[in-house]
Write a protein of this length. Structure first.
Length: 312
């Protein structure tokens, strides 16, 4: 049985420590917990999607170091297909240390690694022929921007896949890359600050309009505690966030993307999938690490139905 979803892009190992009030200059400070999990725009989304019952594969790259073996093992234990996960012989695995303060604010220390230098090879091209969704989250990669992404997405769409798209980072050439890719994207899903920066617009609605003018069929803009904005054709709808006290919001954007895809695969309509994705992100935000408090699709669906929403 083939994979329903292939995620292409960034893979890191996240190490989350909380709560961190101060960093001791010399000596030891005790904290409550440390969480270790695969993360990144591709690996995080694949990891969460697999937790939601999606048959997911990851197309990315790790190093041949112990960190890379840890990431691969954690992904496989959760059910992610890693046969498209390349191993670089000399570069280390991308890793992020995340220090979460009692207020929920975060400090992040990131070591660039093998994932940044990933490429899209023949095996990935072949795999997308049977995938129902391709989550392209490689904008910002060293060898993907200006590279094979456009042709890859064109082949994926021609094979019948639905294309979702997110960003590693809105770098200097991201706007140019979007102009190349968006004609092949069904759902463009950046966060609000990325959307405003890349579009030059003064509102999220206008930002979405500009991305759609570039070719995206739909924009879903993730806006943190303000929820998300769905824009397609003549439909402009705000989806409110759940009323939560966040613990670690690091993977919320990736979890929203994974939740949306999982719900669509289960037959939800677009707005319904956004509401489910909102519940997934809320569960992830309430615990440390990539999964937070997320356990299963059924768990997230029950949360969607019962948990209170923020007032507009």
């Amino acid at each position: 049985m083939g994979n329903e979803l292939i995620c292409v892009g960034l893979t890191t190992l996240d190490i989350v420590a909380r709560p961190v009030e101060v960093l001791p200059e010399d000596g030891l400070a005790l904290i409550e917990e440390v969480a270790v999990a695969p993360a990144g725009t591709a690996a995080g989304s694949a990891y969460i999607a697999a937790t939601l019952g999606v048959r997911a594969a990851l197309a990315s790259q790790v190093g041949s170091d112990a960190t890379g073996r840890t990431v691969k093992g954690l992904l496989e234990a959760q059910g992610v297909d890693t046969h498209l996960l390349a191993v670089h012989p000399s570069m280390p695995t991308s890793t992020t240390l995340i220090l979460v303060r009692p207020s929920g604010a975060r400090s992040r220390l990131h070591a660039l690694g093998a994932s940044r230098a990933m490429t899209i090879g023949a095996a990935v091209d072949e795999a997308v022929r049977s995938a129902r969704f391709v989550h392209y989250a490689a904008i910002g990669g060293l060898h993907t921007n200006g590279g094979p992404g456009r042709e890859f997405l064109a082949r994926a769409r021609a094979a019948g896949a639905t294309i979702t798209c997110d960003l590693i980072s809105p770098g200097a050439d991201a706007a140019e890359e979007l102009a190349r890719l968006l004609p092949y994207v069904d759902y463009f899903m950046p966060n609000a600050s990325e959307a405003l920066a890349l579009s030059g617009a003064d509102t999220l609605e206008r930002a979405a309009e500009r991305f759609i003018a570039l070719g995206a069929r739909c924009c879903i803009l993730k806006d943190g505690a303000a929820g998300s904005l769905f824009v397609k054709d003549s439909i402009v709808e705000r989806i409110p966030a759940h009323d939560i006290v966040p613990v670690d919001t690091t993977s919320c954007g990736d979890s929203y993307c994974a939740g949306f895809i999982a719900a669509r695969l289960k037959g939800a309509d677009e707005i319904g999938a956004c509401r489910f994705a909102t519940a997934v992100a809320a569960l992830v935000a309430q615990g440390p690490g990539t999964l937070g408090k997320l356990k299963s699709f059924e768990d997230a669906e029950n949360y969607r139905k019962t948990a209170p929403l923020r007032r507009a």
